[in-house]
Every structure is written in C-alpha cells, then in structure tokens.
Design a binder for this molecule. Sequence first.
Ligand code: ZN
Ligand code: MN
Length: 130
Amino acid sequence: MTKNTRMTKQKQVILDVLRSTKSHPTADWIYEQARKQLPNLSLGTVYRNLGVLKDMGELLELNYGSTYSRFDGNPVNHYHFVCLNCHKVLDIEMDVEERLNNKVEEVMGCHVKHHRLEVYGTCPQCLCKN
Ligand code: ZN
Ligand code: MN
C-alpha cells in the first residue's frame, strides 16, 4: 500500500460531499462543494483524489463515453436510469441480476466478475411535464 491510499483530509471531504447527495454529480460539482471547506483545493486534486478513491473501492465512476463522468458514493454495484431529456441519473431500486453473469459465462465460455447496466428513457418528472 502506497501513501497515496491513505484517507487524507482532502479525500474525506471529497467523499463526504459525494455521499451527501444522490444526484451522481460531476467532478466539477464536487469541486465547487468541497472548496467551501478547503478553499485551496484545485480541480486537478479533486480529479486525482476521485481516481484514487475509485481504486480504493470507495466510490463508483459512471463513465458515459463522450460526456464527462458522474460519480457515485455508493460503491456497491447497482443499476442506473439515465433520463434522455433532463440527463438526471437515478438509482434503480432493484437487485443486481447475478443470473446474467452465469448466462454470459455459458454463452461466452468466459469468467464474469460483474456487469454494469444503464437504462435510458424519460424519467417520471419529465413524463409529468408533458
Ligand atoms: Zn428527466
Ligand atoms: Mn447510484
């Protein structure tokens, strides 16, 4: 274990900020909030610490390819719903289908560690506005 994986004050503040919301925020949002407690913080430090915290298993990075990543303070695998209208990312309150791993192992003849699932559509709030 390197000194990098220590839970520093900076990492703790970043993690506290992330875990204070269910909105799956971007690094920029986390930076703006964390700065209120650590005025000398830089955006680069936030990115670096988010990467280290991810490697430590403290958070999930939700990568959407072309757009910027969102971060999730709940490191346990779960499914997400992405609204194509307002771009909100919501937790789907259902269990991860472990059977899907077995199915893929059958089809591929491989070993599956985990799977990630993103569901896209229109969220309940946006549906109400129509
Ligand atoms: Zn929406
Ligand atoms: Mn989530």
